[in-house]
Write a protein that binds this ligand. Sequence first.
Ligand SMILES: Nc1ncnc2c1ncn2CCOCCNC(=O)c1cc(-c2ccc(F)cc2)cc(O)c1O
Ligand SMILES: [Mg+2]
Length: 214
Amino acid sequence: TGSSRPQRMLKAVQKNATKGDPKSVISAIDYYCRHKEWAMNVGDDKGLILDSVLTEVNPSTALELGTYCGYSSVRIARLLSPDSKLITIEFNPAFAAIARQIIAYAGLQDKVILVEGASGDLIPKMKERFGIKSFDFVFLDHWKDRYVPDTKLLEDCGLLKKGTVLLADNVICPGAPEYLKYVRNNPRYESRYYPSNLEYTKVEDGLEKSVFLE
Ligand SMILES: Nc1ncnc2c1ncn2CCOCCNC(=O)c1cc(-c2ccc(F)cc2)cc(O)c1O
Ligand SMILES: [Mg+2]
């Protein structure tokens, strides 16, 4: 049996990036996925929007739903202040195994807590397991039909506070139409769309930023 796409991505990082240098890890993945083999990382174009929103929010506790190979975990964790933490949830054990290695190669393992499992099961356990009162920032990048139920779950578990920023990937492609309806017609959120393109392609996609108001 041959290698998997995530395994080949890890090899490209180990070959082309500098250990402990998050920027070089990000560049190595972007180069590989643009020129060798497409993969569903948020990518460099949408990554710049993610960076700017993160710099604005400067979260103490951040949550990512859908780790995949850890590209956006590295993008997020590299911008966190010293005592801040990113909790990232990945459903697929094979993806999680690669992500741990990519996050460690970037030297960010002390800022990232990678948890394996389904978001619907783990979100209600965040307080008891990790002592989280609430999240300052949430990056939604997992199953697109989980964006609404998991946002509602975060609300119901008291994990959102006034000013919490939700940033959702792929609201155009593959698309999250129910999520857009939910946050745009909801008085509890202030939403804004950031147009961009699907990672490594010319296809339209974008990020939806929604601020929780109460
Ligand atoms: N903790 C959890 N709980 C539940 N479920 C979970 C989970 N963790 C993971 N999962 C499972 C889903 O993980 C991957 C989700 N991401 C995508 O599917 C995705 C797809 C494309 C894409 C593909 C093909 C095209 F042609 C065009 C676009 C682009 C993207 O940027 C994407 O993010
Ligand atoms: Mg995505």
